[in-house]
Design a protein around this ligand. Structure first.
Ligand code: ATP
Ligand code: MG
Length: 420
């Protein structure tokens, strides 16, 4: 059987890196009072159509949709924010406190062309700060993203930031942009041509060189922002400067989802090829109301776990190893079961890790396997040990051997702890 295109097994050797990232994130989040939330992987298709937006690539081309046995339209979530906004509304998280600081980690699904750093099932680690319009909130979430990346020793990155204003400002801008682009319609790449009337802002993002040349002289969204939008942006930049967080203002930066306003930012690493954006985020003040909730502003980001891992995997692997079991339990003989069960219960009680070999191979072969597994000690149970109600300990580094009585196991435990 083949693995589905765009999906990957994450094997034990790599899982230790995932656990390290999760532990690091969870510690950083806890300090700033962010709480983990887990929402379902399946949601109503309409949730994403209403939030991400009908003109976007995600909704038009990338969603995994299906009809369930009860004729419901269902989608495997392509991102986390819409589900969190829905959960925030459904669970009325706004009734007891004014702000909710939430974070999540989980699989997302988009039907895209798989390549390095782009999968159909991938994972996002993200956070949302719901309930504040203050530019300090934008600076807070950006600061936490930087803190996390630095804690994970991912340093080779740069951040781009922009303000995309409010809906009304964007609306006016879109009209001028369309008017401008219409003059060059024949020179635009096909993808951009298709977006001219549905999602013209996304054309600013085009990677096509000819389109980029045209964009260079296009009207600039910044010129359409009013004072409130500008002030918000200036404040965010001011706080970032105070925090010594490097950024570049990229006036062409827009986001692929409709629900953003004011701040939009992306963190790009210099060590990946074309899929270089490891984190994307921004403010989405109208999303919660749009989905039927109260008028509550929010700001957040999402990091692509696979892309992050591609950039830090090598140096992390050197630091984090899959811990090997300390003790190898080599068994060979009849009626050994009860002694095995006693010993493994004791080892677990004392927090000593072990590998139990039930293959009934010769002792010599089992010792070879124990060495290969890099165990520190081997506990041997054969007919001899059963007859004498004892267990034999062999230290693998020196091959020293010693018998311990099954009646007083304290000595054995003390010796094992010393070997560790
Ligand atoms: P891109 O421009 O690379 O398609 P995006 O704008 O669609 O990214 P977002 O929706 O902002 O991405 O998602 C946030 C992050 O999730 C991205 O910066 C990226 O790291 C990661 N990501 C998005 N899509 C994928 C994917 N198909 N495979 C792996 N990671 C992804
Ligand atoms: Mg995308």
């Amino acid at each position: 059987m083949q693995l589905l295109r765009g999906t990957k097994d994450i094997l034990p050797d790599e899982i230790v890196l995932w656990q390290h990232i999760e532990r690091t994130a969870s510690q950083i989040m806890k300090l700033a009072n962010y709480h983990e939330i887990r929402t379902p992987i399946i949601e109503s298709t309409s949730l994403f159509k209403r939030s991400i937006g009908n003109g976007t690539d995600i909704v038009n081309k990338e969603m995994y949709n299906f009809i369930d046995q009860g004729s419901r339209e269902i989608t495997l979530r392509p991102e986390g924010t819409a589900s969190i906004a829905r959960a925030f509304i459904n669970n009325k998280l706004y009734t007891h406190k004014t702000t909710s600081r939430l974070w999540y980690l989980g699989p997302m699904f988009r039907y895209e062309r798989p390549q390095q750093g782009r999968q159909r099932q991938f994972h996002q680690l993200g956070l949302e700060y719901i309930g504040s319009l203050n530019p300090m909130a934008d600076a807070e979430v950006i600061r936490i993203a930087h803190k996390l990346l630095n804690a994970l020793e991912c340093s080779n990155y740069k951040m781009e930031i922009n303000s995309i204003g409010e809906l009304a400002e964007r609306h006016k801008y879109k009209q001028s942009l369309i008017e401008y682009l219409e003059r060059y319609i024949n020179d635009l790449d096909n993808n951009s041509k298709n977006k001219l009337y549905t999602n013209p802002l996304k054309i600013l993002d085009s990677k096509d060189t000819k389109t980029q040349e045209i964009i260079y002289n296009a009207p600039c969204l910044h010129d359409y922002l009013d004072t409130t939008s500008r002030k918000h942006f200036e404040k965010v930049c001011e706080y970032l400067e105070f925090l010594n967080i490097q950024y570049n203002i990229n006036k062409q930066l827009v986001r692929g989802l409709d629900y953003y306003n004011y701040t939009a930012f992306e963190i790009k690493t210099k060590s990946l090829g074309t899929q270089d954006t490891i984190c994307g985020g921004g403010r989405y003040d109208s999303l919660i109301q749009e989905l039927g909730g109260p008028n509550i502003p929010a700001v957040g980001w999402a990091i692509g776990m696979e892309r992050l891992l591609l950039t830090i995997k090598n140096q992390l692997h050197e630091k984090i190893h899959n811990k090997k079991p300390l003790v190898y339990l080599a068994v060979n003989g009849q009626n050994t079961e009860k002694e095995i069960l006693n010993i493994i219960q004791l080892l677990e009680q004392k927090d000593i890790s072990y590998h139990l070999d039930l293959d009934n191979d010769s002792l010599q072969k089992q010792l070879k396997k124990a060495n290969k597994q890099e165990a520190k000690a081997c506990l041997i149970i054969r007919d001899y040990e059963i007859k004498n109600n004892c267990v034999t300990l062999k230290k693998l580094s020196t091959s020293e051997q010693k018998q311990f009585s099954m009646i007083h196991m304290d000595d054995l435990i003390q010796t094992l702890k010393k070997i560790n």
